[in-house]
Design a binder for this molecule. Structure first.
Ligand SMILES: Cc1cc2nc3c(=O)[nH]c(=O)nc-3n(C[C@H](O)[C@H](O)[C@H](O)COP(=O)(O)OP(=O)(O)OC[C@H]3O[C@@H](n4cnc5c(N)ncnc54)[C@H](O)[C@@H]3O)c2cc1C
Length: 387
């Protein structure tokens, strides 16, 4: 096993500060930053942390919006040096966890392949982070979430064991936000790039009309993305006073045929979050709401002056609140409608209070199995007491 002294690390104040935050804006405290080069080095770091009972926060691109990559007097284990593509096959790739999604897709494009789960953070987020958050992209109607594209993982557990997992056991590490193990290698399924796609934009007057148009769209097998902006988001973006629905088709059905124009509109959609942040809406929520309850939820948001947009086709509503708006009331509403607290960004720290007991029990069970000393991402999703 490599000696801990030989592994790249820093205790410099600048490095500790840089790694004290993720994209949630929360700030914690970094003890040390380490940049392992391989699974054996990750294992050494874990064994060392077990001896000193120090918390480890695995980190990829740091784009987490729920504080899941924020340290609490922790070792931050930056996996971005482990960014190699090990193998590309006819319909799969084996990669290290620190590779950035766009870098991987650029290489795959040379072989007419791609990984089709594309979060808006695609230029920065890593495969390890995407698996750990079970990320989704705008085309989730067609391609689902990251879990569906993972067929095998190599993981260093909180016990310091290196294990290989597949099948049902993948659920222990996909979407569990680095609380059970550190992913050091992934075998991914791949798709063929879309050959043709078109899109249409619809303007709708009410939340009811928006929901009805969405319900119709998701019944169409050619529809691959259904995105919306509510009236307040349109207004804050300098757009018309209407609900806007963007539907993408894997056929000629849409009015917009030029792929460059579609990409431009996608890009504009991807920067809505920044526009809302710049106007003070910095509390980021992403509940998943049952389709039949969406009009009621959108009317509630509109009444409270909470702007929203998102993947309405899969029920994921990106709502943005100001810090003085009623977050408790928001979550009570989500619960009363039978919604999930997070449709894609995860629980981390910011949504821990609202996580379901099923999710908390799952993480507590995984801690017993893989990380009984609770040294991995302590305090994320569940409280600290497990230790
Ligand atoms: C502008 C913006 C847009 C976004 N859009 C989307 C979107 O469309 N869809 C979506 O799903 N999400 C989105 N996100 C959230 C986030 O980008 C994704 O969840 C992404 O998958 C996180 O990847 P990352 O490499 O940045 O992970 P990090 O932020 O570094 O980490 C995320 C979590 O994974 C853990 N982790 C990281 N690497 C590993 C590893 N190798 N082993 C074990 N645990 C690990 C961390 O400890 C943390 O819990 C967005 C974020 C931003 C800032």
């Amino acid at each position: 096993m490599p000696s801990i002294a030989d592994i790249a690390a820093s205790k410099d104040e600048e490095d500790r500060l840089v790694y004290a935050q993720d994209a949630s804006g929360l700030e914690g405290k970094t003890l040390t930053v380490v940049w392992p080069a391989n699974a054996a080095e990750v294992q050494s770091i874990v064994k060392n942390a077990l001896e000193s009972r120090t918390d480890i926060v695995p980190r990829g691109g740091g784009t987490d919006l729920a504080g899941a990559a924020v340290p609490d007097n922790s070792i931050v284990l930056d996996l971005t040096r482990m960014n190699k593509i090990i193998e590309i096959g006819s319909d799969y790739a084996i990669v290290e966890p620190g590779i950035v999604l766009d870098d991987l897709n650029r290489e795959l494009a040379k072989k007419d392949l791609f990984l089709p789960v594309i979060p808006s953070s695609h230029s920065v987020c890593t495969i390890g982070g995407m698996i750990s958050c079970n990320a989704a992209g705008v085309r989730a109607i067609k391609y689902g979430k990251m879990r569906e594209w993972v067929s095998e993982l190599t993981v260093v557990t909180g016990n310091g064991d290196i294990i290989s997992v597949s099948g049902k056991q993948l659920d222990d590490f996909c979407g569990t936000e680095g609380t059970a193990g550190i992913i050091t290698r992934a075998r991914l399924r791949l798709a063929k790039p879309l050959k043709r796609y078109t899109a249409s934009v619809y303007k709708l007057g009410t939340a009811q009309e928006l929901a009805e148009r969405t319900r119709e769209a998701v019944k169409n097998d050619n529809v691959i993305a259904v995105e919306y902006m509510d009236k307040l988001t349109c207004k804050l973006s300098g757009d018309e006073d209407a609900y806007k629905l963007f539907i993408e088709y894997e056929s000629d059905e849409g009015d917009i045929k030029d792929p460059a124009e579609i990409e431009k509109r996608m890009h504009n959609r991807n920067i809505i979050g920044q526009t809302l942040s710049s106007k003070g809406y910095i509390v980021i929520e992403d509940p998943r709401i049952p389709h039949e309850k969406i009009p009621e939820f959108l009317e509630y948001l509109s009444g409270k002056q909470i702007p929203s947009f998102g993947h309405i086709g899969i029920g994921v509503i990106h709502a943005r609140l100001k810090t003085d708006q009623d977050l408790e009331g928001f979550h009570e509403m989500v619960q009363s409608l039978g919604g999930d607290v997070s449709g894609e960004h995860g629980i981390g720290l910011t949504k821990r209070k609202y996580a379901s007991s099923d999710m908390k029990n799952k993480i507590a069970g995984l801690k017993k199995k893989y990380d009984p000393e609770n040294i991995l991402n302590r305090g994320k999703i569940i409280d600290y007491e497990t230790r």
